[in-house]
Design a protein around this ligand. Structure first.
Ligand SMILES: [Zn+2]
Length: 170
């Protein structure tokens, strides 16, 4: 069973209406991850710069980090996922975790990595922090969820990343 889930049944990224996507996403998360600790992540890039963020539902805790201006949105999303993976260490080891990202590209790219092959540089840190915890037996799933359809945790991570991308005078 793959731990990298880039889809939710019934949701097509471009064509599913917002309200239906929200319903299906919430239902999918409730049905599959009610016994998991849910950590939402996001990456942002706008005229204020780049940032990554995570929000842990269990702790109701948001964390964000400003990134170098040149950081791509893809790299920012990966940074958010890595922050979530690091945050897992603050939980008791017996728990099950789901990291919920709105970056389908991040999940697909991680899933396409092949064992024994060279890992592309942008993926190294995220992949290695995940792999290290999988190897030590920690149950972590990565799940895609659509953005901008008012899924609560996704909105919280989104707000945290936007806030962090802003300069001090904003
Ligand atoms: Zn937490």
């Amino acid at each position: 069973m793959s731990k990298l889930k880039s889809e939710i049944p019934g949701i097509k990224k471009k064509t599913t209406l917002q309200e239906e996507a929200r319903m299906r996403a919430v239902e999918h998360i409730n049905n599959n991850y009610s016994n998991h600790i849910q950590i939402y992540t996001d990456g942002a890039k706008n005229h204020n710069g780049s940032a990554a963020a995570m929000w842990c539902r269990h702790h109701n805790y948001a964390e964000s980090k400003k990134l170098r201006d040149a950081t791509s949105i893809f790299q920012a999303e990966l940074n958010g996922i890595e922050m979530a993976v690091q945050h897992i260490d603050d939980h008791s080891p017996g728990s099950k975790f789901v990291i919920i990202t709105d970056s389908q590209a991040a999940i697909v790219t991680l899933r396409n990595l092949q064992r024994g092959r060279v890992i592309p540089i942008p993926l190294i840190r995220t992949y290695e922090s995940l792999e290290a915890r999988w190897t030590s037996g920690i149950d972590i799933i990565l799940q895609w969820c659509p953005s901008h359809v008012q899924v609560d945790g996704n909105e919280r991570a989104d707000r945290a990343s936007v806030f962090s991308g802003q300069g001090p005078d904003n």
